[in-house]
Design a protein around this ligand. Structure first.
Ligand code: CP
Ligand code: NVA
Length: 309
């Protein structure tokens, strides 16, 4: 009961703001939503403003359907259709939206945009992806791993771009949930130092390990989960360099032959088949990527219901 009360009114910008107990509650609550154990329409009469500076399929649809199923209304607001496109400040946007809606969700280019919105909004602000973090995704990822492996301790290997949103959030989520985590990436694409330091503080508390490895075969050798994401996240500029350094990190049959037989493959999608993952792996028997995508719905419901007062 205490956790339920603690979550109300909170922003959901990064999982670094949550305790292991709070994060575990959100995973458990996602399970309850998936299995029809939550009654009523907790968002009846409530609205969520959904600001998009970048494209989205899974996040946009899961948040829309989640809000609807909880009894509320999700408004899609591409920034090109808002007055911010004509120079209205984020401050005024946040102050005005707060007079109409019960939460502001935003997918932004720079994480600082979310921080500015959250500074002025008087309603909770939810990160639907920034350059630095993708917490809604990581919650669904851990929920999907828990669904597959039960209560046992798991080791997650993130293979590819360790410096982007997906890896950052999954690293923090793994530490919060009690999973060991290994970043398997070229050194220049290892995680942001500050995020790593904070994730390590959580890992100490939860008795888990975070490793950084640049050899892909070594990195996957005792992993239960092999996770990858695009090498070319939205907004990156060093495309040529990335296409040069990342190919040894492709998740393909050869790499998987160095992982345990029982290992599963995950990807937040959208994927770029032939770059970070091959078609036989993406659509093959080890892939749980579509369960992962489906689970975005239940985890979105858990977050919306928990933080909107
Ligand atoms: N995984 C994810 O966030 O997908 P979208 O970009 O389609 O929302
Ligand atoms: N890292 C990817 C995730 C897309 C859901 C990106 O930022 O483009």
């Amino acid at each position: 009961m205490e956790i339920v009360r603690m979550l109300k009114g909170r922003d959901f910008l990064t999982l670094l703001d949550f305790t292991p107990q709070e994060f575990k509650y959100l995973v458990e609550r996602s399970y309850q939503h998936k299995h029809g154990l939550v009654a009523g329409k907790p968002l009846e009469g409530k609205s969520v403003a959904g600001i998009f500076e970048k494209p989205s399929t899974r996040t946009r649809v899961s948040m829309t359907v989640a809000t609807y199923q909880l009894g509320g209304n999700f408004m899609e607001l591409p920034t090109s259709s808002l007055q911010v496109s004509r120079g209205e400040t984020l401050k005024d946007t946040a102050l005005v939206l707060s007079r109409f809606v019960d939460a502001i969700a935003a997918r932004v280019k720079s994480h600082s945009t979310l921080e500015e919105l959250a500074k002025w909004a008087t309603v909770p602000v939810i990160n639907m992806l920034s350059d630095k973090f993708h917490p809604l995704q990581a919650l669904a990822d851990v929920f999907t791993i828990r669904e597959r492996f039960g209560e046992r301790k798991v080791k997650v290997a993130f293979v590819g771009d360790g410096s982007a949103n997906t890896c950052h959030s999954l690293m923090v989520a793994s530490a919060l949930y009690g999973y060991d985590f290994v970043v398997v990436a070229p050194e220049e694409y290892w995680p942001d130092k500050e995020v790593l330091e904070k994730a390590n503080e959580i890992a100490q508390e939860t008795n888990t390990i975070i490793e950084l490895i640049s050899d892909p075969r070594e990195g996957v050798k005792d992993a239960d989960v092999i996770y990858t994401d695009t090498w070319l996240s939205m907004g990156v500029s060093d495309v040529d360099k990335r296409l040069e350094v990342f190919p040894p990190y492709q998740v393909n049959g050869e790499l998987l032959s160095h992982a345990p037989e029982h290992a599963v493959v995950m990807h937040c999608q959208p994927w770029f088949i032939g770059q970070e993952i091959t078609a036989d792996v993406a659509y093959g028997p080890k892939s749980i990527a579509f369960d992962q995508a489906e689970n975005r719905l239940y985890t979105a419901k858990a977050v919306l219901e928990s933080i909107i007062p």
